[in-house]
Design a binder for this molecule. Structure first.
Ligand code: NAD
Ligand code: DAU
Length: 353
C-alpha cells in the first residue's frame, strides 16, 4: 500500500508527510515542483527513510503523472499542490490558473485513467482527496453564521477563484465519471514550516529582526485559525472514513481579528525573547495599505466532520500559537534558509511603501 501526495514539500503537505510517517509505515510518494514555497529542508528528518520517495515535478505534467501512478500503484492520491498566497495571486494570477486549475485538471485526468484500469477491489478502495480552502465561500458579514458545506461559492480573489474552480472540477469528475473523490475546505492554518510571507510567520520573523509588523488596513479582518497538525489529522480521518463525493469543512472554532493575533504574538515574544531595550514588540506594529478586495471575515462550521467522523482539533489557539512561536525561535537556520534572494524581492515589492 502506498499513497501519492502532491505538494508535500510545502507548509501543510510537509507537516502531513511527517505526521503520516510518524503514525505508520505506509510509504509516501511525494510529487512537488519545488516552487519558491516548496522546501526540501522541511523533510530533512526523513533523509535516508525508504518510506519517503521524493519526485520533483509538476502536477500539470501528464506524462510524469501517468508514469508515477503506473510505477507506484497508490491506493490514494492527496492533492496539496497549489499556489497558495492571496497577495501573490493579486500581483500575478497566471501561475494560480496554471497550477490550481489546469494542474488539478491534469491530475484528475491521469487519476481517472489509472483508477479506471484498477481491479475491482482496488477500484472500490481508491480515493482522491483534494485539499481546499474556506476562501472559496467568499466573505462573511460580522453576524452571519459560519460557512457550512452547503454555503454557496463566492470566491473574491484570483487565488480563491482558482481554488473554487479546482473544487468544481473535482466535484464534476465524481458526478460524471464516478471518480471516488473527497474534498476538504479548511480555514487558516498556522504552525511549523509556515512560509514567512503569511501573516503569523511574517510577524514572528519581522519582530525578531526589528522590522515593522505590517497590518493591512484597520486589522479588524477575522480569520479562523487552526494548528496545522490538526488539519493533517482531519485529512487522515477524511481519507479513512469520509463518504465518497462529500466535502468536509475543517476549522478551529477560533475566530480572531488580525490585530489581536499580532498583539498576542508580541506578548509571547516579550515573554520568551524580550527585546534588548526592554520595550514591547508591539511598538513595531505598523498599519499599511489594505489588500485589494480583502475578505473581511472567514469562519468555519466544522460540525459535519465532528458529527460524521468524530474529528475535533486537539490544540487550543493558546497552546498552538505558543508552540509555533517557540518553533520559530528554535529554528533560526530554517528561517534564514527560506529568506533567500527571491523572498527578499517579494517582501520589497509587497511592502514597498
Ligand atoms: P504552500 O504554498 O506552502 O505549499 C504548496 C506546495 O505545492 C509547495 O511545496 C510547492 O512547491 C508545491 N507546488 C506548487 N505548484 C506545484 C505544481 N504545479 N506541481 C507540484 N507541486 C507544486 O501551501 P500550503 O499552505 O501548504 O497549502 C497546501 C494546500 O492547502 C493548498 O492547496 C492550499 O490551497 C490549501 N489550504 C491552505 C491553507 C493555509 O492556511 N495555508 C488553508 C486551507 C487550505
Ligand atoms: O483561509 C484559508 C487561507 O488562509 C488559505 O487558503 C491560504 O492559502 C492562506 O494563505 C490563508 O490566506 P489568508 O489571506 O487569510 O492568509 P495570510 O496569512 O496571507 O493573511 C491573513 C490575514 O492577515 C489576512 O486578513 C491578511 C492579513 N495580513 C497578511 C499579511 C501577509 C496582514 O494584515 N498583513 C500582512 O503582511
Amino acid at each position: 500500500m502506498t499513497i501519492l501526495v502532491t505538494g508535500g514539500a510545502g507548509f501543510i503537505g510537509a507537516n502531513f508527510v511527517l505526521d503520516w510517517l510518524a503514525d505508520g509505515d505506509e510509504p509516501v510518494v511525494n510529487l512537488d515542483k519545488l516552487t519558491y514555497a516548496g522546501n526540501l529542508h522541511n523533510l530533512d528528518s526523513l533523509a535516508g527513510d525508504a518510506r519517503h520517495v521524493f519526485v520533483q515535478g509538476d502536477i500539470g505534467d501528464r506524462g510524469l503523472l501517468d508514469a508515477l501512478l503506473a510505477e507506484h500503484q497508490p491506493r490514494a492520491v492527496l492533492n496539496f499542490a497549489a499556489e497558495s498566497h492571496v497577495d501573490r495571486s493579486i500581483h500575478g494570477p497566471e501561475d494560480f490558473i496554471q497550477t490550481n486549475v489546469v494542474g488539478t485538471f491534469r491530475l484528475l485526468e491521469a487519476v481517472r485513467q489509472y483508477w479506471g484500469a484498477l481491479a475491482a477491489a482496488d477500484k472500490a478502495a481508491f480515493r482522491l482527496l483534494h485539499v481546499s480552502t474556506d476562501e472559496v465561500y467568499g466573505t462573511l458579514a460580522p453576524d452571519a453564521p459560519a460557512f457550512s458545506e452547503s454555503h454557496g461559492y463566492e470566491p473574491n480573489s484570483p487565488y480563491s477563484a482558482s481554488k473554487a474552480a479546482s473544487d468544481h472540477l473535482v466535484r464534476a469528475w465524481h458526478h460524471t465519471y464516478g471518480l471516488p473523490v473527497l474534498t476538504t475546505n479548511c480555514s487558516n492554518n498556522y504552525g511549523p514550516y509556515h512560509f514567512p510571507e503569511k501573516l503569523i510567520p511574517l510577524v514572528i520573523v519581522n519582530a525578531l529582526a526589528g522590522k515593522p509588523l505590517p497590518i493591512y488596513g484597520d486589522g479588524r479582518q477575522i480569520r479562523d485559525w487552526l494548528y496545522v497538525r490538526d488539519h493533517c489529522s482531519a485529512i487522515r480521518r477524511v481519507l479513512q472514513a469520509g463518504q465518497v463525493g462529500q466535502t468536509y469543512n475543517v476549522g478551529g472554532w477560533n475566530e480572531q481579528a488580525n490585530i489581536d493575533i499580532v498583539r498576542l504574538i508580541c506578548r509571547l515574544l516579550d515573554e520568551l525573547r524580550p527585546r534588548a531595550d526592554g520595550q514591547s514588540y508591539a511598538l513595531q506594529i505598523t498599519h499599511v495599505q489594505d489588500r485589494p478586495g480583502h475578505d473581511r471575515r472567514y469562519a468555519i462550521d466544522a460540525r459535519k466532520i465532528e458529527r460524521e467522523l468524530g474529528w475535533r482539533p486537539a490544540e487550543t489557539f493558546e497552546t498552538g500559537i505558543r508552540k509555533t512561536v517557540q518553533w520559530y525561535l528554535e529554528h533560526p537556520e530554517w528561517v534564514a534558509n527560506v529568506q533567500s534572494g527571491a523572498y527578499r524581492d517579494w517582501i520589497a515589492q509587497q511592502y514597498a511603501d
